[in-house]
Write a protein that binds this ligand. Structure first.
Ligand code: ADP
Ligand code: MG
Length: 222
């Protein structure tokens, strides 16, 4: 589903260039569960942002479902993201003045699904995450683990084929991290491709495949 060939990405910082991704070659099959591991600054988030079509790359090619992802307009990129990809972040990124169910329903709002229908579906996804009783709570009234499950429900509601998660357990305690990883394992069991960035060994061990990064390069240990 994902093919990266000779991907390079640099950032210009004043007079200096940071080579954030260096000659990345990688293939990820549909239904894979991959962890990307590496120390801070190794390029994990940059790689995830390229995969998520949130950021561009300087050279090489990125194919998603055999489509070359390059030179897309912002509108086209958004269309691909909405169609294929769900995102989960370390800091949950929930809208603070929307309830849990409104947050989950948001992708359907953008798809112009009528309010009543999107509410019903959002409740189903919250239910699945064991959060039925929290539907009308604001993010500030949720624990970290609950907030992350709301974010996962939101990522799933548009039925993505790919979930990209950047340090999804980075703000959670160990027990809660395990719960969240179990949720990802369940989703993986349903055939969704999952790519999780983490610097925690325990989290990475739950994946089928671990990709190590260092200084913008992939060092794969199979
Ligand atoms: P990681 O997620 O593994 O901690 P990042 O992908 O965030 O690493 O960063 C990789 C490198 O690129 C680092 O040297 C970082 O400082 C640099 N970098 C990341 N984002 C930017 C940016 N927006 N502007 C300039 N440099 C950046
Ligand atoms: Mg990062």
């Amino acid at each position: 589903m994902i093919r990266l060939q000779g991907i390079n990405k640099t950032y210009n910082v004043g007079q200096n260039q940071v080579h954030a991704l260096q000659d990345i070659n990688m293939q990820i099959e549909q239904g894979a569960f991959v962890a990307i591991q590496g120390s801070s600054g190794s390029g994990k988030s940059t790689l995830l942002n390229v995969l998520g079509i949130l950021d561009s790359y300087n050279s090489g090619s990125y194919y998603l479902e055999n489509k070359l992802i390059a030179g897309l307009s912002e509108h086209e990129a958004a269309r691909y993201r909405n169609r294929y990809i769900g995102f989960v972040f370390q800091s949950f990124n929930l809208l603070p003045f929307k309830t849990a169910v409104e947050n989950v329903a948001l992708p359907l709002y953008y798809q112009k699904v009528p309010r009543r229908k999107r509410n019903i579906i959002a409740h189903e996804y919250l239910d699945r995450m064991g959060l039925r009783e929290r539907a009308d709570h604001l993010p500030s009234e949720l624990s970290g683990g609950q907030a992350q499950r709301v974010a996962i429900a939101r990522a799933l509601i548009a039925k993505p084929r790919l979930i990209l998660a950047d340090e999804p357990t980075g703000a959670l305690d160990t027990a809660t991290s395990h719960q969240i990883m179990d949720v990802f394992s369940d989703i993986h069991g349903e055939g969704v491709t999952i790519i999780i960035v983490t610097h925690e060994d325990e989290v990475a061990q739950k994946a089928q495949r671990i990709v190590h990064m260092r200084d913008g390069r992939v060092l794969e240990r199979v």
